[in-house]
Write a protein that binds this ligand. Structure first.
Ligand SMILES: Nc1nc2c(ncn2[C@@H]2O[C@@H]3COP(=O)(O)O[C@H]4[C@@H](O)[C@H](n5cnc6c(=O)[nH]c(N)nc65)O[C@@H]4COP(=O)(O)O[C@H]3[C@H]2O)c(=O)[nH]1
Ligand SMILES: Nc1nc2c(ncn2[C@@H]2O[C@@H]3COP(=O)(O)O[C@H]4[C@@H](O)[C@H](n5cnc6c(=O)[nH]c(N)nc65)O[C@@H]4COP(=O)(O)O[C@H]3[C@H]2O)c(=O)[nH]1
Ligand SMILES: Nc1nc2c(ncn2[C@@H]2O[C@@H]3COP(=O)(O)O[C@H]4[C@@H](O)[C@H](n5cnc6c(=O)[nH]c(N)nc65)O[C@@H]4COP(=O)(O)O[C@H]3[C@H]2O)c(=O)[nH]1
Ligand SMILES: Nc1nc2c(ncn2[C@@H]2O[C@@H]3COP(=O)(O)O[C@H]4[C@@H](O)[C@H](n5cnc6c(=O)[nH]c(N)nc65)O[C@@H]4COP(=O)(O)O[C@H]3[C@H]2O)c(=O)[nH]1
Lengths: 67, 67
């Protein structure tokens, strides 16, 4: 199940966390050429991947980022 | 590598072929709630799946459907 991320919430995260997420999202934005800048909906498999990179749970990550 | 399908070309295919493709695309349209009705871009993995269902090649299928 994908999640719709509020990109302004990502900007307000502490640097170490925000940087990893930012790089991950930018890669997707570039592949899509999607620069709306307010929201980005990513795949359920991406949420799992990101949670693993950040050593957290899917649920915790979604709570911090979703619109 | 995904393909952008021209939905009007799908309508003009012979029934046996068009029906299989139509059902496949409708399933994706419903999951997305994307009813723009003119184009639908699907995943590279979907093209491979559809070609297998129709016993044709990726290249042949893309040639028949892309915008
Ligand atoms: N640019 C962008 N906007 C986002 C994103 N996530 C959510 N939105 C916004 O929230 C609505 C729902 O997006 P969705 O779940 O991706 O659901 C979308 C999506 O599945 C599909 N869709 C719309 N436009 C495109 C497109 O250009 N390409 C593709 N592949 N799908 C699209 O149709 C559904 C409805 O679209 P809308 O009525 O436009 O309404 C969209 C859009 O206004 C995102 O990652 N990027
Ligand atoms: N522009 C763009 N956006 C992407 C892409 N991949 C994922 N998304 C965004 O991330 C959401 C969740 O994707 P999902 O977990 O794979 O969950 C997806 C997936 O399971 C299925 N689905 C939608 N479109 C396709 C498709 O073209 N092919 C396949 N095989 N499944 C699809 O429906 C679910 C909901 O789809 P959406 O409402 O569209 O919601 C999608 C869409 O907003 C992509 O390559 N490009
Ligand atoms: N998840 C999600 N992603 C979104 C949404 N709106 C835009 N995007 C992403 O942003 C790219 C540019 O969208 P666009 O300027 O509306 O311009 C789009 C749109 O006008 C049209 N288009 C192509 N395929 C589709 C499709 O499957 N559905 C829809 N509704 N439009 C499509 O062609 C252009 C290029 O489409 P793409 O290659 O798909 O590339 C899209 C897609 O990756 C959204 O609501 N949800
Ligand atoms: N992990 C991940 N990768 C992403 C995401 N968004 C884009 N990509 C990668 O970037 C390629 C191009 O994305 P696109 O321009 O949106 O072009 C996409 C988009 O227009 C459409 N599409 C695929 N899946 C979905 C989906 O779940 N929802 C919507 N709305 N469109 C989708 O099919 C086109 C081709 O898809 P692919 O062959 O898979 O090729 C995708 C995929 O490899 C994402 O959220 N997560």
């Amino acid at each position: 199940e994908g999640v719709t991320i509020d990109l302004t919430r990502v900007e307000r995260l502490p640097d170490s966390l925000g940087d990893v997420i930012d790089r991950f999202l930018k890669k997707i934005q570039v592949q899509r050429q999607d620069f709306n800048g307010r929201v980005l909906t990513i795949r359920g498999s991406d949420v799992a991947m990101l949670a693993m990179l950040l050593d957290t749970t899917d649920a915790e990550l979604v709570a911090q980022l979703k619109r």
